[in-house]
Ligand binder design. Structure first.
Ligand code: SAM
Length: 323
């Protein structure tokens, strides 16, 4: 029992100190930022699920629609005995329908920083798909260590499943590096099934990230409450407002927290000063054209094979292979 505890505690401390380092670094810069992965603690993951249900947030619904209409075609494209790997798996709901129709899947390797949501999902998958092998990995999918165990699983084909337009959260150079990381953990001919939100009119985009039910606002502000709870800070979230807008040139929706009056916040003993009107940049959601994304895939080591879209051309699911 003692040995088990001592191996858990340092890991938690390590995560906390990395969180603190990232927060102090992000808030200490000229332009204040916070890495968007920290939006997802247990409450943040639940709030994100609520966002997916919001009328204005068309992404999840549209992606689900493309999947359900093309599921057999997608399964045929992937082929038999595939090991499905999902970085940022969340509640693993999308993959479940796919695992159910794939021909003799080898199993499922989900990776997520939020352990609560991941292990809940693992239990549900094992219950709903008896016999399915699941190797859950808690950690940051941008770090090589969470991919290491893949080497011990023999499979005919590996396919990285990256839905939800999560690639859109990465700056272009970081998105390319992430694709390279995926490719490095796959072999030639292995696959990538990936969802991207398509470039469209800014009104629709901005409404999706500033919904009338204020769920995105709660999701955005939750990061301040999380920093208070986990790092002993004293943010007053009422002194910040949620702001999101479409940046035409960068083809991305930016999400910020705008400071409403001059004040200081203490984060683990360090003072951070905020000026009225100053913002903390919390998330980007890049939008791609089909051609633009095909180019990115090629830069990341993949050959685009095919894609599926909805009839309104709002969203696309791409299949690509490692070259
Ligand atoms: C937008 S949700 C997507 C969930 C699911 N793949 C889907 O499409 O519905 C993002 C998920 O990725 C996880 N996540 C975000 N950044 C991560 C990172 N760097 N490493 C591991 N998980 C991450 C979050 O915890 C959250 O569950």
């Amino acid at each position: 029992m003692k040995a088990a505890l001592s191996s858990i505690v340092p890991e938690q401390q390590q995560q906390d100190s990395e969180f603190l380092k990232d927060v102090l670094e992000g808030l200490g810069g000229k332009i204040k930022t916070l890495p968007c992965k920290y939006l997802y603690d247990e409450l943040g993951s639940r709030l994100f699920e609520d966002i997916c249900e919001v009328e204005d947030y068309y992404l999840t619904r549209t992606e689900a629609d493309i999947f359900s209409k093309n599921l057999k075609d997608i399964a045929f494209t992937i082929g038999p005995e595939a090991l499905m790997i999902e970085p940022g798996a969340g509640n693993c709901e999308k993959v479940e329908a796919l695992l159910a129709v794939l021909e003799s899947p080898k199993g499922y390797y989900p990776i997520d920083i939020s352990s609560e949501i991941l292990f809940q999902a693992e239990r549900r998958i094992k219950r709903n798909l008896p016999g399915m092998q699941v190797w859950s990995q808690v950690g940051d999918f941008t770090q090589p260590d969470v991919w290491d165990k893949l080497a011990r699983i023999s499979s005919r084909k590996r396919v990285v499943f990256f839905p939800g337009s999560t690639i859109g959260n990465f700056e272009l150079d970081k998105a390319e590096q992430l694709l390279e990381l995926f490719a490095a953990n796959l072999g030639v001919g292995d696959g990538l099934l990936i969802g991207t939100d398509l470039v469209k009119d800014s009104v629709r985009l901005e409404r999706a990230y500033h919904d009338s039910e204020h769920v995105t606002e709660k999701f955005n502000k939750n990061i301040l409450n999380r920093i208070n709870a986990e790092l002993g800070a004293d943010f007053d979230h009422t002194l910040f407002a949620h702001r999101s807008f479409y940046h035409q040139l960068r083809q991305r929706v930016e999400m910020h927290l705008v400071c409403l009056k001059n004040h200081s916040v203490s984060v683990a003993g360090s003072q951070v000063d905020f000026l009225e009107g100053e913002t903390i940049h919390t998330e980007n959601s890049h939008k791609y054209s089909i051609n633009g994304f095909s180019k990115l895939l090629s830069k990341g080591g993949f050959a685009p094979i095919c894609h599926w879209k909805d009839s309104a051309k709002s969203y696309a699911i791409h299949y690509a292979q490692v070259v």
